[in-house]
Design a protein around this ligand. Structure first.
Ligand SMILES: Cc1cc2nc3c(=O)[nH]c(=O)nc-3n(C[C@H](O)[C@H](O)[C@H](O)COP(=O)(O)OP(=O)(O)OC[C@H]3O[C@@H](n4cnc5c(N)ncnc54)[C@H](O)[C@@H]3O)c2cc1C
Length: 544
Protein backbone atom coordinates (compact mmCIF):
# COMPACT_ATOMS: atom_id res chain seq x y z
CA UNK A 1 0.00 0.00 0.00
CA UNK A 2 1.63 3.31 -1.03
CA UNK A 3 2.13 5.82 1.74
CA UNK A 4 2.54 9.57 1.97
CA UNK A 5 4.92 11.33 4.29
CA UNK A 6 5.28 15.05 4.97
CA UNK A 7 8.31 17.01 6.15
CA UNK A 8 9.45 20.61 6.30
CA UNK A 9 12.60 19.77 4.37
CA UNK A 10 13.30 16.70 2.26
CA UNK A 11 17.00 16.21 1.49
CA UNK A 12 17.81 13.67 -1.23
CA UNK A 13 21.36 12.52 -0.51
CA UNK A 14 23.39 11.75 2.61
CA UNK A 15 26.92 12.78 1.62
CA UNK A 16 28.85 15.81 2.85
CA UNK A 17 26.34 18.16 1.22
CA UNK A 18 23.11 16.53 2.41
CA UNK A 19 24.16 15.76 5.98
CA UNK A 20 25.84 19.14 6.57
CA UNK A 21 22.71 20.84 5.34
CA UNK A 22 20.52 18.74 7.63
CA UNK A 23 22.72 19.68 10.59
CA UNK A 24 22.71 23.40 9.73
CA UNK A 25 18.91 23.65 9.54
CA UNK A 26 17.01 24.94 12.57
CA UNK A 27 16.39 22.18 15.12
CA UNK A 28 12.66 22.92 14.90
CA UNK A 29 12.46 21.85 11.22
CA UNK A 30 11.22 18.31 10.54
CA UNK A 31 13.84 16.96 8.17
CA UNK A 32 14.04 13.74 6.14
CA UNK A 33 17.30 12.61 4.53
CA UNK A 34 17.18 9.92 1.82
CA UNK A 35 20.03 7.64 0.75
CA UNK A 36 19.50 5.22 -2.09
CA UNK A 37 22.07 2.84 -0.67
CA UNK A 38 23.59 2.63 2.82
CA UNK A 39 23.57 5.97 4.58
CA UNK A 40 27.37 6.34 4.30
CA UNK A 41 27.71 5.20 0.67
CA UNK A 42 28.58 8.00 -1.76
CA UNK A 43 31.63 9.86 -2.99
CA UNK A 44 32.20 11.61 0.32
CA UNK A 45 33.13 8.33 2.00
CA UNK A 46 35.92 7.72 -0.53
CA UNK A 47 37.49 11.18 -0.62
CA UNK A 48 41.10 10.69 0.31
CA UNK A 49 43.13 13.84 -0.29
CA UNK A 50 41.34 16.39 1.82
CA UNK A 51 39.63 19.74 1.94
CA UNK A 52 41.15 23.03 0.94
CA UNK A 53 41.05 26.14 3.14
CA UNK A 54 43.33 29.00 4.03
CA UNK A 55 44.48 28.16 7.56
CA UNK A 56 48.24 28.80 7.34
CA UNK A 57 49.26 32.38 8.31
CA UNK A 58 51.49 32.53 5.20
CA UNK A 59 48.63 31.63 2.87
CA UNK A 60 46.02 34.14 1.67
CA UNK A 61 42.45 34.14 0.37
CA UNK A 62 43.75 35.95 -2.73
CA UNK A 63 46.15 33.11 -3.46
CA UNK A 64 43.45 30.42 -3.05
CA UNK A 65 41.13 32.51 -5.26
CA UNK A 66 43.83 32.96 -7.90
CA UNK A 67 44.62 29.22 -8.03
CA UNK A 68 40.92 28.33 -8.32
CA UNK A 69 40.42 30.85 -11.13
CA UNK A 70 43.51 29.61 -12.89
CA UNK A 71 42.25 26.01 -12.84
CA UNK A 72 38.75 27.06 -13.93
CA UNK A 73 40.03 28.50 -17.24
CA UNK A 74 37.87 31.63 -17.33
CA UNK A 75 34.52 30.09 -16.45
CA UNK A 76 34.44 30.45 -12.67
CA UNK A 77 32.12 33.05 -11.19
CA UNK A 78 34.61 35.25 -9.28
CA UNK A 79 32.06 36.30 -6.60
CA UNK A 80 31.20 32.64 -5.94
CA UNK A 81 34.88 31.69 -5.75
CA UNK A 82 35.62 34.44 -3.23
CA UNK A 83 32.49 33.65 -1.20
CA UNK A 84 33.41 29.98 -0.94
CA UNK A 85 37.03 30.58 -0.08
CA UNK A 86 36.33 33.25 2.52
CA UNK A 87 33.81 30.94 4.20
CA UNK A 88 36.21 27.99 4.23
CA UNK A 89 37.88 28.64 7.61
CA UNK A 90 34.47 28.76 9.33
CA UNK A 91 33.50 25.49 7.64
CA UNK A 92 36.69 23.86 8.95
CA UNK A 93 36.07 25.21 12.44
CA UNK A 94 32.56 23.70 12.33
CA UNK A 95 33.97 20.30 11.31
CA UNK A 96 36.58 20.45 14.07
CA UNK A 97 33.86 21.27 16.61
CA UNK A 98 31.89 18.25 15.43
CA UNK A 99 35.02 16.15 15.99
CA UNK A 100 36.54 15.50 12.55
CA UNK A 101 40.08 14.32 13.38
CA UNK A 102 42.20 16.35 10.94
CA UNK A 103 45.87 15.33 10.94
CA UNK A 104 48.07 17.75 12.90
CA UNK A 105 51.81 18.20 13.33
CA UNK A 106 52.93 16.09 16.28
CA UNK A 107 55.97 18.11 17.34
CA UNK A 108 58.33 20.96 16.46
CA UNK A 109 57.52 24.64 16.06
CA UNK A 110 54.25 23.82 14.33
CA UNK A 111 53.08 21.31 16.95
CA UNK A 112 49.29 20.94 16.96
CA UNK A 113 48.86 23.04 13.80
CA UNK A 114 47.02 21.33 10.91
CA UNK A 115 49.28 19.25 8.71
CA UNK A 116 48.69 20.61 5.20
CA UNK A 117 49.32 18.84 1.92
CA UNK A 118 49.64 20.29 -1.54
CA UNK A 119 47.66 19.01 -4.49
CA UNK A 120 47.58 19.71 -8.23
CA UNK A 121 46.83 23.35 -9.07
CA UNK A 122 47.45 24.70 -5.53
CA UNK A 123 50.41 27.06 -5.35
CA UNK A 124 51.01 26.22 -1.70
CA UNK A 125 50.18 23.63 0.96
CA UNK A 126 46.57 24.31 2.00
CA UNK A 127 44.79 20.96 2.00
CA UNK A 128 43.65 19.72 5.41
CA UNK A 129 43.29 15.98 5.68
CA UNK A 130 42.62 13.11 8.07
CA UNK A 131 45.53 10.89 6.97
CA UNK A 132 44.40 9.66 3.52
CA UNK A 133 40.78 8.97 4.50
CA UNK A 134 39.43 12.50 4.95
CA UNK A 135 36.04 11.78 3.46
CA UNK A 136 35.48 8.77 5.70
CA UNK A 137 36.36 10.82 8.77
CA UNK A 138 33.93 13.55 7.67
CA UNK A 139 31.11 11.23 6.65
CA UNK A 140 31.17 9.13 9.82
CA UNK A 141 31.34 12.22 12.02
CA UNK A 142 28.40 13.81 10.17
CA UNK A 143 26.35 10.60 10.42
CA UNK A 144 27.04 10.27 14.16
CA UNK A 145 25.96 13.85 14.69
CA UNK A 146 22.85 13.51 12.52
CA UNK A 147 21.72 10.45 14.46
CA UNK A 148 21.74 12.53 17.64
CA UNK A 149 19.24 15.04 16.26
CA UNK A 150 15.62 14.14 16.99
CA UNK A 151 14.29 16.38 14.19
CA UNK A 152 16.17 14.44 11.47
CA UNK A 153 14.92 11.10 10.09
CA UNK A 154 17.30 9.06 7.93
CA UNK A 155 15.91 6.74 5.23
CA UNK A 156 18.40 4.24 3.83
CA UNK A 157 17.70 2.31 0.61
CA UNK A 158 15.15 4.87 -0.55
CA UNK A 159 15.69 6.10 -4.10
CA UNK A 160 13.95 9.23 -5.37
CA UNK A 161 12.41 8.70 -8.80
CA UNK A 162 11.06 12.11 -9.75
CA UNK A 163 10.15 15.46 -8.30
CA UNK A 164 6.51 16.41 -7.90
CA UNK A 165 5.78 19.95 -9.04
CA UNK A 166 2.65 22.09 -8.97
CA UNK A 167 2.82 22.24 -12.77
CA UNK A 168 2.72 18.46 -13.08
CA UNK A 169 -0.38 18.38 -10.86
CA UNK A 170 -2.02 21.12 -12.92
CA UNK A 171 -1.85 23.61 -10.04
CA UNK A 172 -1.06 27.30 -10.32
CA UNK A 173 2.14 28.85 -8.91
CA UNK A 174 4.74 26.35 -9.96
CA UNK A 175 7.00 25.07 -7.17
CA UNK A 176 8.47 21.83 -5.94
CA UNK A 177 6.03 19.96 -3.71
CA UNK A 178 7.88 16.72 -3.02
CA UNK A 179 9.14 13.56 -4.65
CA UNK A 180 8.15 10.01 -5.51
CA UNK A 181 10.48 7.65 -3.71
CA UNK A 182 11.00 3.91 -4.16
CA UNK A 183 11.49 2.07 -0.88
CA UNK A 184 13.87 -0.49 -2.35
CA UNK A 185 13.41 -3.11 0.38
CA UNK A 186 9.61 -2.84 0.57
CA UNK A 187 9.26 -2.55 -3.27
CA UNK A 188 6.85 0.34 -2.80
CA UNK A 189 6.71 3.89 -4.15
CA UNK A 190 5.77 6.55 -1.59
CA UNK A 191 5.06 10.24 -2.07
CA UNK A 192 7.17 12.48 0.18
CA UNK A 193 5.75 15.99 0.53
CA UNK A 194 7.95 18.87 1.70
CA UNK A 195 7.94 22.65 1.97
CA UNK A 196 11.48 22.72 0.62
CA UNK A 197 13.39 20.01 -1.19
CA UNK A 198 17.15 19.72 -1.57
CA UNK A 199 18.99 17.71 -4.20
CA UNK A 200 22.29 16.53 -2.68
CA UNK A 201 22.63 13.50 -4.92
CA UNK A 202 26.28 13.87 -5.97
CA UNK A 203 27.69 13.68 -9.49
CA UNK A 204 27.25 11.59 -12.62
CA UNK A 205 30.62 9.94 -13.24
CA UNK A 206 28.95 6.52 -13.46
CA UNK A 207 27.99 7.54 -16.97
CA UNK A 208 31.52 6.45 -17.93
CA UNK A 209 32.74 2.87 -18.05
CA UNK A 210 35.76 3.56 -15.85
CA UNK A 211 35.17 5.74 -12.83
CA UNK A 212 36.62 6.35 -9.40
CA UNK A 213 33.09 6.91 -8.10
CA UNK A 214 30.84 4.49 -6.23
CA UNK A 215 27.63 3.27 -7.89
CA UNK A 216 25.61 6.10 -6.35
CA UNK A 217 26.95 8.68 -8.85
CA UNK A 218 24.35 8.16 -11.57
CA UNK A 219 23.34 11.79 -12.03
CA UNK A 220 19.87 11.27 -10.53
CA UNK A 221 19.57 14.80 -9.19
CA UNK A 222 20.62 16.41 -12.46
CA UNK A 223 18.15 14.30 -14.43
CA UNK A 224 15.30 14.87 -11.96
CA UNK A 225 15.87 18.63 -11.93
CA UNK A 226 16.01 18.70 -15.74
CA UNK A 227 12.74 16.78 -15.99
CA UNK A 228 11.22 19.24 -13.51
CA UNK A 229 12.17 22.14 -15.79
CA UNK A 230 15.47 23.39 -14.29
CA UNK A 231 18.39 24.54 -16.40
CA UNK A 232 21.69 22.69 -16.19
CA UNK A 233 25.09 24.11 -17.04
CA UNK A 234 28.59 23.12 -18.13
CA UNK A 235 27.92 19.41 -18.44
CA UNK A 236 30.82 19.00 -20.89
CA UNK A 237 33.35 19.47 -18.11
CA UNK A 238 33.95 15.96 -16.80
CA UNK A 239 37.03 15.54 -14.72
CA UNK A 240 39.07 12.40 -15.15
CA UNK A 241 41.29 11.50 -12.22
CA UNK A 242 44.70 10.67 -13.60
CA UNK A 243 45.62 7.93 -11.19
CA UNK A 244 43.30 5.04 -10.40
CA UNK A 245 44.96 1.77 -9.52
CA UNK A 246 45.05 -0.56 -12.50
CA UNK A 247 44.07 -4.04 -11.37
CA UNK A 248 41.27 -6.34 -12.55
CA UNK A 249 40.01 -6.79 -8.99
CA UNK A 250 40.27 -3.15 -7.92
CA UNK A 251 37.04 -1.44 -8.90
CA UNK A 252 38.73 1.82 -9.87
CA UNK A 253 40.50 2.37 -6.58
CA UNK A 254 41.79 5.93 -6.56
CA UNK A 255 45.37 6.80 -5.69
CA UNK A 256 45.24 10.27 -4.17
CA UNK A 257 46.99 13.15 -5.92
CA UNK A 258 48.75 13.82 -2.64
CA UNK A 259 51.10 10.97 -3.64
CA UNK A 260 52.36 13.23 -6.43
CA UNK A 261 52.17 16.20 -4.02
CA UNK A 262 54.63 14.37 -1.76
CA UNK A 263 57.08 13.60 -4.56
CA UNK A 264 55.51 10.70 -6.49
CA UNK A 265 56.48 10.57 -10.20
CA UNK A 266 54.64 9.25 -13.21
CA UNK A 267 56.64 6.91 -15.42
CA UNK A 268 56.08 5.05 -18.66
CA UNK A 269 55.95 1.26 -18.34
CA UNK A 270 59.71 1.18 -19.14
CA UNK A 271 60.46 3.58 -16.26
CA UNK A 272 60.93 6.81 -18.28
CA UNK A 273 59.49 9.99 -16.70
CA UNK A 274 57.20 11.88 -19.11
CA UNK A 275 55.19 14.62 -17.41
CA UNK A 276 57.86 17.28 -17.96
CA UNK A 277 57.26 16.90 -21.73
CA UNK A 278 53.65 18.01 -21.26
CA UNK A 279 53.80 20.76 -18.64
CA UNK A 280 56.53 22.70 -16.88
CA UNK A 281 54.86 21.86 -13.52
CA UNK A 282 55.58 18.23 -14.32
CA UNK A 283 53.86 15.83 -11.91
CA UNK A 284 52.15 18.73 -10.13
CA UNK A 285 50.30 19.99 -13.21
CA UNK A 286 46.51 20.22 -12.83
CA UNK A 287 44.79 16.85 -13.11
CA UNK A 288 43.24 17.46 -16.57
CA UNK A 289 46.68 17.99 -18.06
CA UNK A 290 48.02 14.94 -16.27
CA UNK A 291 45.04 12.77 -17.34
CA UNK A 292 45.41 13.89 -20.95
CA UNK A 293 49.15 13.26 -20.90
CA UNK A 294 48.59 9.73 -19.57
CA UNK A 295 45.80 9.09 -22.11
CA UNK A 296 48.12 10.34 -24.87
CA UNK A 297 51.05 8.17 -23.80
CA UNK A 298 48.86 5.08 -23.29
CA UNK A 299 47.33 5.48 -26.76
CA UNK A 300 50.73 6.23 -28.34
CA UNK A 301 52.33 3.14 -26.82
CA UNK A 302 49.26 0.91 -26.79
CA UNK A 303 49.96 0.56 -23.06
CA UNK A 304 47.31 -0.60 -20.59
CA UNK A 305 48.65 1.61 -17.79
CA UNK A 306 51.47 3.89 -16.69
CA UNK A 307 53.40 3.75 -13.41
CA UNK A 308 53.34 5.92 -10.30
CA UNK A 309 56.48 5.77 -8.19
CA UNK A 310 57.03 7.07 -4.68
CA UNK A 311 59.33 4.25 -3.58
CA UNK A 312 62.26 6.69 -3.28
CA UNK A 313 60.62 8.09 -0.11
CA UNK A 314 61.24 6.38 3.26
CA UNK A 315 58.83 3.51 3.89
CA UNK A 316 57.59 4.89 7.28
CA UNK A 317 56.74 8.21 5.56
CA UNK A 318 54.70 6.42 2.88
CA UNK A 319 52.88 4.24 5.39
CA UNK A 320 52.10 7.17 7.67
CA UNK A 321 50.85 9.50 4.91
CA UNK A 322 49.04 6.99 2.72
CA UNK A 323 47.85 4.17 4.98
CA UNK A 324 44.70 3.46 2.92
CA UNK A 325 46.45 3.41 -0.45
CA UNK A 326 49.33 1.39 0.98
CA UNK A 327 46.98 -1.19 2.53
CA UNK A 328 44.87 -1.55 -0.63
CA UNK A 329 47.98 -1.94 -2.79
CA UNK A 330 49.30 -4.61 -0.43
CA UNK A 331 45.99 -6.49 -0.67
CA UNK A 332 46.42 -6.53 -4.44
CA UNK A 333 50.05 -7.61 -4.32
CA UNK A 334 51.91 -4.29 -4.78
CA UNK A 335 54.29 -2.75 -2.24
CA UNK A 336 54.47 0.98 -3.01
CA UNK A 337 57.39 1.42 -0.61
CA UNK A 338 59.49 -0.83 -2.86
CA UNK A 339 58.11 -0.49 -6.39
CA UNK A 340 56.03 1.70 -8.73
CA UNK A 341 52.32 0.90 -8.98
CA UNK A 342 50.26 0.71 -12.24
CA UNK A 343 47.67 3.48 -12.72
CA UNK A 344 45.10 4.63 -15.32
CA UNK A 345 42.75 7.65 -15.58
CA UNK A 346 39.03 7.29 -14.70
CA UNK A 347 35.97 9.59 -14.63
CA UNK A 348 36.05 11.35 -11.30
CA UNK A 349 34.06 14.54 -10.96
CA UNK A 350 31.11 16.29 -12.63
CA UNK A 351 31.86 20.03 -12.79
CA UNK A 352 28.54 20.90 -14.37
CA UNK A 353 25.11 20.36 -12.90
CA UNK A 354 21.92 22.04 -11.85
CA UNK A 355 22.32 25.79 -12.11
CA UNK A 356 22.15 27.43 -8.66
CA UNK A 357 22.76 30.76 -6.98
CA UNK A 358 24.74 31.53 -3.83
CA UNK A 359 21.97 30.02 -1.66
CA UNK A 360 21.75 26.81 -3.68
CA UNK A 361 18.41 27.88 -5.21
CA UNK A 362 17.49 26.38 -8.59
CA UNK A 363 15.06 27.65 -11.24
CA UNK A 364 12.16 25.91 -9.47
CA UNK A 365 10.74 27.58 -6.35
CA UNK A 366 11.25 25.41 -3.27
CA UNK A 367 14.00 23.34 -4.91
CA UNK A 368 17.67 23.64 -3.91
CA UNK A 369 20.74 21.79 -5.16
CA UNK A 370 23.93 21.47 -3.13
CA UNK A 371 27.22 19.62 -3.58
CA UNK A 372 28.44 17.87 -6.72
CA UNK A 373 24.93 17.86 -8.26
CA UNK A 374 25.04 21.66 -8.51
CA UNK A 375 26.78 24.06 -10.84
CA UNK A 376 27.47 27.03 -8.59
CA UNK A 377 30.20 28.68 -10.66
CA UNK A 378 32.98 27.73 -8.21
CA UNK A 379 34.82 25.29 -10.45
CA UNK A 380 34.39 26.82 -13.90
CA UNK A 381 35.81 24.60 -16.62
CA UNK A 382 37.94 22.56 -14.22
CA UNK A 383 37.66 21.80 -10.52
CA UNK A 384 40.79 22.32 -8.49
CA UNK A 385 41.61 19.40 -6.20
CA UNK A 386 39.99 19.46 -2.74
CA UNK A 387 37.66 22.36 -3.54
CA UNK A 388 34.63 20.09 -3.83
CA UNK A 389 34.20 18.97 -0.23
CA UNK A 390 34.61 22.62 0.61
CA UNK A 391 31.85 23.57 -1.82
CA UNK A 392 29.54 20.97 -0.21
CA UNK A 393 30.02 22.50 3.24
CA UNK A 394 29.89 26.17 2.33
CA UNK A 395 26.79 25.85 0.14
CA UNK A 396 25.07 23.52 2.61
CA UNK A 397 25.41 26.25 5.22
CA UNK A 398 24.19 29.03 2.92
CA UNK A 399 21.26 26.96 1.61
CA UNK A 400 20.29 25.97 5.17
CA UNK A 401 20.35 29.60 6.20
CA UNK A 402 18.10 30.53 3.29
CA UNK A 403 15.69 27.65 3.90
CA UNK A 404 15.56 28.57 7.60
CA UNK A 405 14.65 32.14 6.70
CA UNK A 406 11.77 31.20 4.34
CA UNK A 407 10.44 27.99 5.86
CA UNK A 408 7.60 29.52 7.85
CA UNK A 409 6.40 31.47 4.79
CA UNK A 410 6.41 28.58 2.32
CA UNK A 411 2.98 27.18 1.44
CA UNK A 412 1.94 23.82 2.91
CA UNK A 413 2.08 21.29 0.04
CA UNK A 414 -1.32 19.91 -0.99
CA UNK A 415 -2.07 16.17 -0.61
CA UNK A 416 -0.01 14.40 -3.27
CA UNK A 417 -1.47 11.75 -5.58
CA UNK A 418 -0.27 8.18 -5.12
CA UNK A 419 2.21 6.76 -7.62
CA UNK A 420 0.25 5.28 -10.51
CA UNK A 421 1.27 1.70 -11.32
CA UNK A 422 -1.97 0.73 -13.03
CA UNK A 423 -0.48 0.61 -16.53
CA UNK A 424 2.78 -1.22 -15.88
CA UNK A 425 3.67 -4.84 -15.25
CA UNK A 426 6.70 -6.70 -13.86
CA UNK A 427 9.55 -6.92 -16.33
CA UNK A 428 10.30 -10.29 -17.91
CA UNK A 429 13.53 -9.00 -19.47
CA UNK A 430 15.76 -7.46 -16.77
CA UNK A 431 18.70 -8.27 -19.03
CA UNK A 432 17.74 -5.35 -21.28
CA UNK A 433 18.53 -2.97 -18.43
CA UNK A 434 21.97 -4.53 -17.87
CA UNK A 435 22.80 -4.45 -21.57
CA UNK A 436 21.78 -0.83 -21.94
CA UNK A 437 23.79 0.15 -18.84
CA UNK A 438 26.88 -1.39 -20.37
CA UNK A 439 26.32 -0.01 -23.86
CA UNK A 440 25.71 3.50 -22.59
CA UNK A 441 28.79 3.66 -20.39
CA UNK A 442 31.05 2.11 -23.01
CA UNK A 443 29.78 4.54 -25.64
CA UNK A 444 30.46 7.52 -23.35
CA UNK A 445 33.94 6.23 -22.54
CA UNK A 446 34.85 5.63 -26.18
CA UNK A 447 33.34 8.73 -27.79
CA UNK A 448 32.87 11.39 -25.09
CA UNK A 449 35.97 10.74 -22.96
CA UNK A 450 39.20 12.62 -22.27
CA UNK A 451 39.79 13.57 -25.94
CA UNK A 452 36.76 14.37 -28.14
CA UNK A 453 36.02 15.11 -31.80
CA UNK A 454 32.90 16.28 -33.66
CA UNK A 455 32.61 12.90 -35.31
CA UNK A 456 32.83 10.96 -32.06
CA UNK A 457 30.24 13.21 -30.41
CA UNK A 458 27.86 12.78 -33.35
CA UNK A 459 28.31 9.02 -33.19
CA UNK A 460 27.67 9.04 -29.43
CA UNK A 461 24.57 11.19 -29.88
CA UNK A 462 22.97 8.77 -32.32
CA UNK A 463 23.51 5.84 -29.97
CA UNK A 464 22.38 7.64 -26.82
CA UNK A 465 19.31 8.98 -28.62
CA UNK A 466 18.32 5.45 -29.56
CA UNK A 467 19.01 4.18 -26.05
CA UNK A 468 16.85 6.95 -24.60
CA UNK A 469 13.97 5.86 -26.85
CA UNK A 470 14.31 2.25 -25.73
CA UNK A 471 14.67 3.12 -22.06
CA UNK A 472 11.66 5.41 -22.18
CA UNK A 473 9.57 2.66 -23.71
CA UNK A 474 10.77 0.17 -21.10
CA UNK A 475 10.14 2.67 -18.28
CA UNK A 476 6.57 3.25 -19.49
CA UNK A 477 5.72 -0.45 -19.53
CA UNK A 478 7.43 -2.02 -16.55
CA UNK A 479 7.50 -1.64 -12.78
CA UNK A 480 10.34 0.62 -11.61
CA UNK A 481 13.47 -0.82 -10.06
CA UNK A 482 16.53 1.05 -8.80
CA UNK A 483 18.60 -0.15 -11.81
CA UNK A 484 15.98 1.12 -14.22
CA UNK A 485 15.69 4.48 -12.42
CA UNK A 486 19.46 4.95 -12.58
CA UNK A 487 19.71 3.84 -16.20
CA UNK A 488 17.00 6.32 -17.21
CA UNK A 489 18.88 9.09 -15.39
CA UNK A 490 22.26 8.12 -16.81
CA UNK A 491 20.89 8.18 -20.35
CA UNK A 492 19.43 11.63 -19.71
CA UNK A 493 22.71 12.90 -18.31
CA UNK A 494 24.68 11.35 -21.18
CA UNK A 495 22.49 13.26 -23.64
CA UNK A 496 23.11 16.50 -21.72
CA UNK A 497 26.87 15.91 -21.71
CA UNK A 498 27.01 15.21 -25.43
CA UNK A 499 24.85 18.20 -26.38
CA UNK A 500 26.93 20.49 -24.15
CA UNK A 501 30.16 19.17 -25.66
CA UNK A 502 28.78 19.72 -29.16
CA UNK A 503 27.89 23.31 -28.35
CA UNK A 504 31.39 24.21 -27.16
CA UNK A 505 33.39 24.92 -30.29
CA UNK A 506 36.73 25.23 -28.49
CA UNK A 507 38.94 23.40 -26.04
CA UNK A 508 38.78 24.81 -22.53
CA UNK A 509 39.56 23.34 -19.13
CA UNK A 510 38.40 19.74 -19.06
CA UNK A 511 36.76 19.83 -22.48
CA UNK A 512 39.35 18.94 -25.08
CA UNK A 513 38.48 18.38 -28.72
CA UNK A 514 40.83 17.72 -31.62
CA UNK A 515 38.56 19.75 -33.93
CA UNK A 516 39.06 22.95 -31.91
CA UNK A 517 42.27 22.30 -29.98
CA UNK A 518 42.65 25.81 -28.50
CA UNK A 519 40.44 28.18 -26.52
CA UNK A 520 38.37 30.70 -28.44
CA UNK A 521 39.84 34.11 -27.57
CA UNK A 522 37.62 36.04 -29.96
CA UNK A 523 34.86 36.40 -27.34
CA UNK A 524 34.54 36.25 -23.55
CA UNK A 525 34.33 32.71 -22.15
CA UNK A 526 30.71 31.66 -21.60
CA UNK A 527 28.90 28.85 -19.76
CA UNK A 528 27.03 26.20 -21.72
CA UNK A 529 23.51 26.47 -20.36
CA UNK A 530 20.85 23.99 -21.45
CA UNK A 531 17.21 24.84 -20.89
CA UNK A 532 14.69 21.98 -20.91
CA UNK A 533 12.03 24.31 -22.28
CA UNK A 534 14.02 25.04 -25.43
CA UNK A 535 15.85 21.75 -25.93
CA UNK A 536 13.16 19.85 -27.74
CA UNK A 537 15.23 16.80 -28.67
CA UNK A 538 16.24 15.68 -25.18
CA UNK A 539 13.24 17.29 -23.50
CA UNK A 540 10.81 15.27 -25.58
CA UNK A 541 11.58 12.17 -23.62
CA UNK A 542 12.16 13.74 -20.23
CA UNK A 543 8.62 13.36 -18.93
CA UNK A 544 6.61 10.27 -18.11
C1 LIG B 1 37.60 8.40 -4.77
C2 LIG B 1 37.26 9.85 -4.61
C3 LIG B 1 38.15 10.70 -3.97
C4 LIG B 1 37.83 12.06 -3.81
N1 LIG B 1 38.71 12.87 -3.12
C5 LIG B 1 38.35 14.15 -2.86
C6 LIG B 1 39.16 14.97 -2.04
O1 LIG B 1 40.19 14.54 -1.52
N2 LIG B 1 38.76 16.24 -1.82
C7 LIG B 1 37.61 16.77 -2.35
O2 LIG B 1 37.29 17.94 -2.11
N3 LIG B 1 36.82 15.99 -3.13
C8 LIG B 1 37.15 14.71 -3.38
N4 LIG B 1 36.34 13.93 -4.15
C9 LIG B 1 35.07 14.49 -4.61
C10 LIG B 1 34.11 14.58 -3.43
O3 LIG B 1 34.24 13.41 -2.67
C11 LIG B 1 32.67 14.71 -3.90
O4 LIG B 1 32.55 15.75 -4.83
C12 LIG B 1 31.76 15.01 -2.72
O5 LIG B 1 31.96 14.07 -1.69
C13 LIG B 1 30.32 15.00 -3.16
O6 LIG B 1 29.50 15.06 -2.04
P1 LIG B 1 27.94 15.08 -2.22
O7 LIG B 1 27.39 15.18 -0.84
O8 LIG B 1 27.58 16.09 -3.21
O9 LIG B 1 27.60 13.65 -2.87
P2 LIG B 1 27.94 12.16 -2.40
O10 LIG B 1 28.87 12.11 -1.26
O11 LIG B 1 28.31 11.42 -3.62
O12 LIG B 1 26.54 11.63 -1.87
C14 LIG B 1 25.45 11.43 -2.74
C15 LIG B 1 24.27 10.95 -1.93
O13 LIG B 1 23.10 11.03 -2.74
C16 LIG B 1 22.37 9.84 -2.60
N5 LIG B 1 21.55 9.70 -3.80
C17 LIG B 1 21.90 9.84 -5.10
N6 LIG B 1 20.84 9.69 -5.92
C18 LIG B 1 19.79 9.43 -5.11
C19 LIG B 1 18.41 9.18 -5.34
N7 LIG B 1 17.90 9.13 -6.57
N8 LIG B 1 17.60 8.95 -4.27
C20 LIG B 1 18.09 8.96 -3.01
N9 LIG B 1 19.39 9.21 -2.73
C21 LIG B 1 20.22 9.44 -3.77
C22 LIG B 1 23.41 8.77 -2.41
O14 LIG B 1 22.82 7.62 -1.85
C23 LIG B 1 24.36 9.52 -1.47
O15 LIG B 1 23.85 9.44 -0.16
C24 LIG B 1 36.63 12.58 -4.32
C25 LIG B 1 35.75 11.72 -4.97
C26 LIG B 1 36.05 10.37 -5.11
C27 LIG B 1 35.08 9.47 -5.81
Amino acid sequence: MPASQAYDVLIIGSGAAGLSLALCLPGTARVAVLAKSRIDEGCTLYAQGGISAVTDPHDTFDSHVADTLDAGAGLNKPDVVRYTIEHAPAAIEWLVELGVPFTRHASGSEADAFHLTREGGHSTRRVLHAADATGRAMETTLIDETRKRPNITLFEHHIAIDLITANKLGLAGNRCLGAYVLDIEAHRVDAFAAHCLVLATGGASKVYLYTSNPDTSSGDGIAMAWRAGCRVANMEFNQFHPTCLYHPQAKSFLVTEAVRGEGGRLLLPDGTPFMERFDERGNLAPRDIVARAIDHEMKRLGAEYVLLDISHKPAPFIKEHFPTVYARCRELGYDMTLEPIPVVPAAHYTCGGVLTDLHGRTDLAGLYAVGEVACTGLHGANRMASNSLLECLVFAASAAEHIGSVLTDTPVPPPLPHWDESRVRDSDEEVVVTHNWDELRRCMWNYVGIVRTNKRLERAWRRVDLLQHEIHEYYSNFTVSSDLIELRNLAQVAALIIRSAQLRKESRGLHYTLDYPVSDTSRPPADTILDPHTFADTAARMTG
